[in-house]
Design a protein around this ligand. Structure first.
Ligand code: SAM
Length: 275
């Protein structure tokens, strides 16, 4: 009989957040697959768990994945954990999960801390409908294109971002999603310096123009205006369009950006630009 692949959530900072079930599963499995064996070794040591650790990360997943599947097929049970939080969310765990399912192996989640869920529920922004976008593309052009595709999204938007890329990402967000859009920067969740910065995108971009971001962040951005809302102030739209054109943006690009923000067809904004 094949073993079970357990996807075990671990704390995102505060070690008290580990569940009793997570501790039991980690003690019972044959081995633990972890992104960084030093980080996870520390966690297991803290809870007095002695288990063989196998590294499984982005750069070795193509070799390590099949080896782990082989062990599962031989009947071993494996717990997959990420550096922090829920595995398979913005980490290579998703690949191993898919491969295990394809190989007919049972996959069992052991739920627990997840950075984006914690950030969202305490953000004060709508939790009724939301989209998790994970990390934006690193390349500037691609990042802007992704944001443009999200400009008209009415659901709350959730992003992960590395601190050194945060200033640039916030500046792009303010430009593409609109400077007045509400955002919450959830920082160092469950840790000593946990903090929620509730700002507009313009304010957030300005803040990190002046100071360096420190620690880990989840960014929650309010959804765009409903497309069913009353027609926008045409003069304001025209002013913004002129500004973007003056800044050197092509008419097509400016129309796309504003159409998303105002919930209007790109063609109508483009035609306004021609006038
Ligand atoms: N799989 C994990 C999860 O969803 O819980 C997240 C893994 S992802 C590689 C790491 C990102 O999660 C960080 O760059 C940051 O955006 C976010 N994150 C993790 N821990 C955090 C914390 N304590 N406070 C704020 N953000 C955190």
């Amino acid at each position: 009989m094949a073993g079970i692949l357990y996807l075990v959530a671990t704390p995102i900072g505060n070690l008290e957040d580990i569940s009793a079930r997570a501790l039991r599963i980690l003690s019972e499995v044959d081995c633990v697959a972890a992104e960084d064996t030093r980080v996870s070794g520390g966690l297991l040591h803290h809870f007095g768990i002695k288990k063989p650790l196998v590294s499984y990360y982005e750069q070795n997943k193509h070799i390590r994945g099949p080896a782990l599947l082989e062990r599962l097929l031989q009947g071993e049970s494996i717990a997959l954990i990420s550096d922090a939080g829920t595995p398979a969310i913005s980490d290579p765990g998703a690949d191993l999960t898919r491969a295990a399912i394809d190989a007919g192996i049972q996959v069992t989640p052991i739920p627990g801390p997840c950075a984006f869920v914690s950030a969202l529920i305490a953000s004060g922004l709508s939790t009724e409908r939301f989209v998790f976008e994970g990390f934006l593309p690193r390349h500037h052009g691609e990042r802007k294109r992704r944001l443009q595709s999200l400009a008209g999204e009415e659901r709350t938007l959730i992003f992960y971002e590395a601190p050194h890329r945060l200033p640039e990402t916030l500046a792009d967000m303010a430009e593409v999603l609109g400077p007045q859009r509400k955002a919450v920067l959830a920082r160092e969740l469950t840790k000593l310096h946990e903090e929620y910065l509730r700002l507009t995108l313009a304010e957030a971009a300005e803040l990190y123009r002046q100071q360096q971001p420190r620690g880990e962040y989840v960014l929650i951005v309010a959804g765009g205006e409903s497309r069913r809302s009353p027609p926008p102030d045409l003069q304001a739209l025209q002013d913004r369009l002129e500004k973007l054109l003056e800044q050197g943006m092509s008419r097509k690009q400016a129309a796309k950006t504003l159409a998303g923000q105002y919930g209007l067809p790109v063609k109508s904004v483009y035609e306004l630009g021609l006038k």
